[in-house]
Design a protein around this ligand. Structure first.
Ligand code: DX5
Ligand code: ZN
Length: 215
């Protein structure tokens, strides 16, 4: 069964505690927290302060997805805010190995995210050093976009790379995941499903999470 990681991007920020409680009572294992800087992506979301607030409401894993330039400047702040996992984008890191070492030395699990145009082969020299890969199945910056179909082939390629290298990295799919396409994504080899719109715009978010979990 996949791990379900609802994205808080669609939560009700006026009543954030209420939505966090809802996720606490659900089958979701991770909280996926999307940090956007208005530079790497054309949108701004939230920073460590909000992560710290969310941390206080849950014992579940806080999976922080950094869509920011110069992530090395903020890794410690996110650790202090309570992040368990920190994922950086390959497209923003000139010295990716150094970024990963920094995240691990701070005591977090490290991930690398790749955009739809970035090839899976770019991960070949870092895959053994990381705990997860976020394969972006939309262009990052906004929730509620449509799943890009060619991601399916990338999931299979990544599964092969992980197998060949003996890496323990989890494959996390981020963007456009729905209760309708989830089983196909899991069958292709995904371990973690991120879902924003599919959970928070649903009439019954807990049921949607359960459907994703059992897909
Ligand atoms: C996109 C974010 C995603 C997004 C997921 O930039 O990284 O996590 O919020 O939202 P949905 O599931 O609606 O595509
Ligand atoms: Zn994300």
């Amino acid at each position: 069964m996949p791990i379900v990681a609802p994205s808080l991007l669609f939560a009700d920020f006026l009543h954030l505690e209420k939505d966090c409680q809802l996720l606490n009572e659900s089958e979701a294992e991770w909280f996926h927290l999307d940090v956007m800087d208005g530079r790497f992506v054309p949108n701004i979301s939230f920073g460590p302060m909000i992560v710290e607030c969310i941390r206080k409401t849950t014992k579940k894993i806080c999976d922080v997805h950094l869509m920011i330039v110069e992530p090395e400047k903020y890794a410690e702040a996110f650790k202090n805010a309570g992040a368990d996992h920190l994922t950086v984008h390959i497209e923003t890191c000139t010295h990716l190995h150094r970024n990963i070492q920094q995240i691990k030395s701070l005591g977090m699990k490290a991930g690398v995210a790749i955009n739809p145009h970035t090839s899976v082969s770019e991960l070949s020299e870092i895959i053994r050093d990381i705990e997860q890969v976020i394969l972006m199945s939309v262009n990052p910056g906004f929730g509620g976009q449509k799943f890009i179909p060619h991601t399916m082939g990338k999931i299979r390629q990544l599964r092969k790379l992980i197998h060949e290298t003996g890496s323990k990295a989890l494959i996390e799919i981020d963007g456009g995941v729905t209760v309708d396409n989830a089983s196909e994504i899991v069958n292709a080899g995904a371990d973690v499903l991120v879902a924003g719109n599919a959970v928070f715009k649903s009439a019954d978010p807990k049921k949607a999470i359960s459907q994703l979990k059992h897909s």
